[in-house]
Design a protein around this ligand. Sequence first.
Ligand SMILES: [Fe+2]
Length: 202
Amino acid sequence: MFEQIKLDYGFDALEPYIDTETMQTHYGKHHAAYTANLNKLADQAGKTDESIEDILAELVEIKDIELRTGLRNNGGGFYNHNLYFKEITPGGSNLPSGILAAKIDEAFGSFDSMKEKLTALSIGQFGSGWAWLSKTSDGSLFASKTDNQDNPISLKTGHTPIMCIDVWEHAYYLKYKNLRASYVEALWNVINWDIVAELYKA
Ligand SMILES: [Fe+2]
């Protein structure tokens, strides 16, 4: 049984960067629906005992195209939002330090350049999707974007996501309307770099 990550903060705790109504809808409706659908489809596919990472990495094994697409979208929606809601926290956290800071500098030149790169990917994504900061197999960092609920795992890039930016309109439209850039700029204030660092080291 796949379960949504439990939030250790209230729906109103990310104000003013992410508004209460968006959090209620995003976590309580959208993420809840992806999770319920994933559980139904994983059952149909006989995959309730597998990890979500394994399901997403092995989509090609599912011969029924409708079932495969359903697991790609809802399994991705489940996984992606679990990471998103885990990595945001009221007030954010200190800037990256130690190994994560070093890897950010190595890949992007500086923390600010990394933010600029991910912001540009987020704003440049046409339609719904995500921007990603991932760890590659040699431990370096890589920035990318994906369509819909795809992610570096379902696309079999070999990279492990450690931070993501949801750029579906449901993530920002209630407060920011069409101003995706304003939402992305605000989101940086609530990123928990301690959690991103933990995911890097995992
Ligand atoms: Fe979302």
